[in-house]
Design a protein around this ligand. Structure first.
Ligand code: GLA
Length: 386
């Protein structure tokens, strides 16, 4: 942290007329409930203990200056006249947040920003939500904008949807802003009601395995899946009025299945509706200390994402297959949007070293890629660092 402050002063000078503040927002890993958020369903993510730091200070100019320790790319932008999306620059994330605040009527003074991200980007651990929310949280405090944490979640999601142009759901921004150490968040994405559930995992850890296959969310099949789900709602709507797929349970879905005239659309809907049930069952399992059942549900979630939703791909499937071969691995699944990115596995403490070694070697042999492994520490949501 001191290093980051030193870097900030190196970049922007040692101006003592304005306070220099530091903020943090984590990454997230979703334990179960994938591709349900934009379908009004259930998710069960937790915040990680690594994320994005932001050092920020008013600069007395009419400019926002952006820098990061992660890339060489720096930006300098007039606070009024130049607030539009910049091609392929990372600082579209903070700019999108500024844009949303301005649409709400907020007025800013010039600021210097230095970000430092610990989340591998493109890995499906929400590096973008982390940047957005840390920016929103900091601006909200510095300019006394009086937004709640939930406002920050919604505003950051809008920034990503409208400014960056990725049509994501609300899970990532919610998880990184509302997270609590050693808890996962059971969120109903239709009502935004949520419950913090203690993650008691006697003798086990969550291991995140990174395929290191880059996952382009914006130009991926993500939006196509959203459209397929909307088509399913339209088709089912002929028999029963509904706004989203999460308004019917699995039994009702089977009753109505002949309404869906496309086999692909049927499988997409079957994933969403069965996944909602798995989230509810998984939370029950966790509350009963039944990690074995929790692991089975993780496996079933992956299989549904692979076969029905078709968002996994060779790298994720290989990592999951190799993980499941190791005795002491209770469950393994992809996490996040898919098409690359990471898996999450529930692993007995005693086999963690074996897991990294054997899964790593076999994955390399089968795909030619080198995986990275992290033990997921579950941390707090967005905060100011004093
Ligand atoms: C990405 C999106 C989320 C969610 C997941 C899939 O992470 O940003 O909103 O849809 O994919 O569960």
């Amino acid at each position: 942290m001191n290093e980051l402050l030193e870097r900030f002063i190196e970049l922007y000078g040692d101006n003592t007329t304005s306070a220099t503040e530091m903020y943090f927002s984590p990454g997230r890993v979703n334990l179960i409930g994938e591709h349900t958020d934009y379908n009004g369903g259930y998710v069960f993510p937790c915040a990680l203990d690594f994320g994005t730091y932001l050092v920020i200070r008013k600069n007395g100019m009419d400019r926002f200056r952006f820098a990061t320790t992660n890339f060489d790319d720096r930006g300098e932008i007039n606070i009024i006249t130049e607030l539009e999306k910049k091609d392929n620059h990372w600082y579209n994330y903070p700019l999108g947040v500024i844009d949303q605040f301005r649409k709400q009527g907020a007025r800013f003074e010039g600021l210097d920003f230095l970000f430092s991200g610990e989340i591998p980007n493109g890995a499906g651990l929400s590096s973008s939500a982390s940047i957005e929310t840390v920016t929103a949280f900091a601006l909200n405090e510095i300019f006394n904008l009086d937004n709640s944490r939930l406002d920050i979640v919604k505003l950051s999601q809008k920034a990503e949807n409208q400014f960056v142009g990725v049509n994501c759901g609300i899970m990532d921004q919610f998880a990184v802003t509302m997270g609590k150490a050693n808890h996962a968040i059971f969120l109903n994405c239709a009502t935004l009601d949520y419950e913090l559930v203690p993650l008691i995992m006697d003798g086990h850890k969550l291991i995140i395995s990174n395929t290191n296959k880059r996952r382009g969310l914006a130009d991926s099949k993500y939006n196509e899946r959203r459209t397929e789900c909307e088509t399913a709602v339209d088709m089912l709507g002929n028999a029963q009025e509904m706004e989203n797929l999460s308004q019917i349970n699995f039994a009702r879905f089977i009753e109505l299945k002949d309404e869906i005239s496309s086999e692909t659309v049927y499988r997409r809907a079957r994933h969403v509706i069965s996944e909602n049930k798995r989230v509810l069952d998984a939370i029950g399992a966790l509350k009963n200390n039944d990690l074995v059942f929790f692991g089975k549900l993780m496996n079933a979630s992956h299989d549904s994402l692979r076969d029905d939703y078709e968002v996994t791909g060779e790298e994720l499937d290989t990592l999951v297959e190799e993980a499941r071969k190791i005795p002491g691995v209770l469950g393994s699944r992809m996490t996040g949007a898919g098409f690359g990115g990471c898996t999450v596995s529930l692993v007995e403490d005693d086999v963690i070293e074996q897991f990294k070694k054997v899964v790593g070697e076999n994955y390399k042999q089968r795909t030619g890629l080198t995986a990275d492994f992290y033990i997921a520490g579950v941390g707090d949501g967005t905060k100011k660092i004093s």
